[in-house]
Design a protein. Structure first.
Length: 86
């Protein structure tokens, strides 16, 4: 294990990895570093709990509850964001 792998994650790094963590896509080493950070950081523990609550809440919103125009606007915004970060 190299020096970088042993270093504790920062809160910013944890935020960048949270989606992969919640979807089970982190390798064992990254998950161990993630878990170690969360075990020591109350703010990040709260952040993960809020993310889980958001996922649960959004999982119950019917797809027909959003107008077609709003859906298209959101999809365009996500496409633009993706293109800018790629």
């Amino acid at each position: 294990m190299n020096r970088r792998q042993k270093r504790m994650l920062t809160c910013q790094e944890m935020v960048e990895l949270v989606t992969d963590y919640l979807e089970g896509r982190l390798d064992d080493a990254a998950r161990a570093r993630f878990d170690a950070h969360v075990a020591e950081c109350d703010a990040c523990t709260l952040y993960i709990e809020q993310m889980r609550m958001t996922i649960v809440a959004l999982g119950h919103i019917p797809t027909d509850s959003i107008s077609r125009e709003a859906e298209e606007e959101l999809l365009a915004a996500f496409r633009n964001w993706r293109d800018q970060t790629a």
